[in-house]
Write a protein that binds this ligand. Structure first.
Ligand code: AQP
Length: 334
């Protein structure tokens, strides 16, 4: 039976990139009636420094964003990772299956570690093995993610296959990354070659789900672009990453094809395009941020929902991790 697992780090405000690349798809999968498990991956967030109070409030804010976007905690399992011991536990077991050489090839580590590789946490390096544990602890079959996470899901398949092979079992199903549709990679508003990221030091590089209408309009107005007018089709935008990104965002929000958007704006400049883009963004995001505020007015209720989700997540994952230990040769007498 198919089962979906995916997660988002509560490492800042969720962005329009998280919404278009992940959250919106999470809701679609839920609506298809598939078993969906969605996790706020706080254990991943602490691979870089998080102020404790900020982490707690970011986790509640992310939970509010999920529910405001349409995740129903009665139909999807919604919880924060650290409340379910299976993640850290299977993470360790899989650290012993994953190979150093595989981890060395992970581009996200190279990007985030950068030249500082000696000074980053060991956790940041092991991050993809923990992500494999997140996915495999539920015998997940499908993982909806943005383009940037594809390599980590492929590593998860390698880890699962090596485990099955080494222990001579058919235990872990190999999960499929699900990356489809528009805006699987939303780029920074300051640099069209970098992805929009919640931890970018510049707040002007991203649209946060909590930004109000004026802020959204201002961020798009100041978004980096070139001085050329817009062409009639995407094919002519290959060398213009910033322009391509804005058209891509517009199309993903309005539900049109990129060429359909361009056919209306052909020959126009960004002075016309950007305010129109801000309008479609506000139309989508204003109701979400309004619902987020309602949820955030009652943090105790959010914590209760996460606790209930964690209990349901544990029911699925605890037996799978216990069986993993047993397969690996550990005594299981209680
Ligand atoms: N710019 C993006 N475009 C499309 N999808 C994106 N995702 C993230 N950024 C974009 C997708 O959102 C999901 C959750 O990602 P994450 O929060 O676990 O980690 P991340 O990919 O590292 O995202 P950020 O925002 O850049 O976080 P930080 O800055 O803390 O590392 C994933 O499905 C991802 O593909």
């Amino acid at each position: 039976t198919p089962r979906i697992f995916s997660g988002i780090q509560p490492s800042g405000h969720l962005t329009l990139g998280n919404y278009l690349g992940a959250l919106r798809r999470f809701v679609e999968r839920q609506e298809e009636g598939i078993a969906t498990v969605y996790c706020l991956v706080d254990l991943h967030a602490i691979t870089v420094w998080q102020d404790p109070e900020a982490l707690r409030s970011q986790t509640r804010e992310a939970a509010a964003a999920f529910m405001a976007a349409g995740i129903d905690p009665a139909r999807s399992i919604l919880f924060n990772q650290s409340q379910v011991p299976a993640h850290a536990e299977l993470g360790w077991l899989l650290n012993c299956v994953a190979r150093m050489g595989w981890m060395n090839r992970m581009t996200q580590f190279k990007e985030k570690g950068g030249k500082n590789a000696e000074k980053v946490s060991l956790g940041l390096y092991a991050y993809p093995a923990l992500m494999a544990a997140d996915i495999l602890a539920y015998h997940t079959t499908h993982v909806p993610v943005g383009e940037d996470q594809k390599q980590h899901v492929e590593l998860t398949r390698d880890i699962a296959a090596k485990f099955n092979h080494d222990y001579g079992v058919e235990f872990f199903p190999l999960p499929e990354p699900v990356i489809e549709g528009p805006a699987t990679r939303v780029m920074s508003l300051r640099d069209g070659t970098k992805k929009m990221s919640k931890s970018d030091p510049s707040d002007m590089s991203r649209i946060n789900l909590t930004d109000d209408a004026d802020t959204i309009a201002q961020k798009f107005r100041k978004a980096r672009t070139d001085a050329e007018p817009l062409p009639g089709s995407m094919a002519a935008l290959t060398d213009r990453p910033e322009a391509r990104n804005l058209v891509n965002i517009y199309a993903a929000l309005s539900g049109e094809t990129q060429d359909a958007v361009l056919s209306r704006f052909e020959g126009k400049g960004f002075g016309d395009f950007k305010p129109a883009l801000a309008d479609v963004a506000v139309a989508t995001l204003a109701p979400i941020s309004a619902r987020m505020s309602e949820f955030l007015a009652d943090p105790a209720e959010i914590d209760r929902i996460l606790g209930q989700g964690a209990a349901r997540a544990e029911q699925i994952s605890a037996p799978i991790v216990a069986r993993t230990r047993e397969i690996m040769g550990m005594i299981l007498s209680r």
